[in-house]
Design a protein around this ligand. Sequence first.
Ligand SMILES: NC(=O)c1ccc[n+]([C@@H]2O[C@H](COP(=O)([O-])OP(=O)(O)OC[C@H]3O[C@@H](n4cnc5c(N)ncnc54)[C@H](O)[C@@H]3O)[C@@H](O)[C@H]2O)c1
Length: 455
Amino acid sequence: MKIIVVGTGFVGLTHAAVLSESGHKVYAYDIDKEKIDAYNSGKREKIERYVHEPGLASIIQDTLNRYLFFVDNIEDIIEGTQAIFLCLPTPPNLDGSTDLSYYKNAVHLLGERLAKRTDQERVVLINKSTVPVGTARMLQGILDEHAVPNFGVASNPEFLPEGDAVERSRKPDRIVVGADTEKDFAILRRTYSRFVNHVRISYIETTPETAESIKYVANTLLLTYISFWNGVGARLGETLDNLDMEDLKRGVTSDSRISKWGSYVSNGAGGSCFGKDIQSLIYQLRSRHQPTELLEQVYHINEFQKKYLVDRAINEAGFNFNNKTVALLGLAFKKQTNDMRDSSSLVVVERLLSHGVKSIRAYDPLATEEAKHYFDPNKNSLFDKISYHDSVHSALEGSDALFITTDWEEFRALADTIQDSVKPPYLVIDGRRMIVNYRSLIVAGYTYLAVGSKL
Ligand SMILES: NC(=O)c1ccc[n+]([C@@H]2O[C@H](COP(=O)([O-])OP(=O)(O)OC[C@H]3O[C@@H](n4cnc5c(N)ncnc54)[C@H](O)[C@@H]3O)[C@@H](O)[C@H]2O)c1
């Protein structure tokens, strides 16, 4: 099949690459010419500057210019295309509603061009982005405005988790396709032929509105699990004597009805999706005059978790951040990615700076370049206080406290590195309960403050 993927960010690039492995001819289009040039170079470091996902650069190198083509101009590739996937940004507006301007711009351009094509074969435009319920209908309206002949619209939401995007795109739990006609379902079945009738993958065909809703319900339910543990488990662990958080988790999740995923306490879930999707669902339900208390609490608990550990350090550990040097371990919103969108580290940096720290010594195995864009001293001179280091050891040098914000596996064995690098009195703030051997730190005189535990 000839397929176009519009938008080559995390979702679009992964989707295009994995589709090209199936032997489709995939044209990945983006308005960002620098990105397209980087992907076309076939060079790992250039590709990973934009999307760092295990295995992704290798697929691109294997299929580039044979099954996978990167273009910054849509004009010449429309003819003969059967499926066009829209993988565009859908950021939140200030009121929580979804900004669909990227969508509309892209769809108008496609509409103009599709109206002029000569082949007149059936083409389906498919929403892969997370879009409010009703967006497939909107798409249909725009294409009708342009008098596009012989087209269908579909919703095929993406569920990939960052950090494991390739593996989970190759072996998804489910494929959800919402469309109106058998012709369009048939095109999607061909696109995903290796997943249809698969013993382990649920291939679900439904209405566009149901498909759009599935994505919002699934994402907000995942955030609800996380916020449940943060709102209940962390609160118990931080106020009860003698509560063992690991035993609590094991005891609760040994029940097969209870999800193991999300059953942990943390400094909040970041990433580009959870926050914006729950805000969008709240907005969509409010627009239908429905109560939204549950979702609002889930959202607020998650935001609270990102910021409250700095307050605990001050109030419980009696630590004064003024003029202190803090090592910040982790910048990405989770391990295995360089993505910092909505990362807890953004909130922590803001809080540390507002409490007058002298300097922040940051370390992240992947996200340093990304961080330099977020913490650009030209935007805020306080960001001058941040320096970047290429190891934990180097970040710890001369620090008075450390803050773990990301769950990088290498942080599990930190107890020894800390004792080699810095001496008590010293405050360790563990936002992910990463340090396995934390008791040795306490015995050696360090102050250890972890999410979900009393000091
Ligand atoms: N990131 C995730 O883990 C994830 C998972 C599931 C779903 N989603 C959803 O997928 C969508 C895309 O997310 P993302 O993380 O890939 O976003 P992204 O910002 O990483 O990528 C979007 C890309 O679209 C390009 N673009 C913008 N306007 C364009 C236009 N008019 N024409 C062509 N290209 C254009 C941008 O240059 C960018 O490369 C969002 O709706 C998101 O909620 C994301």
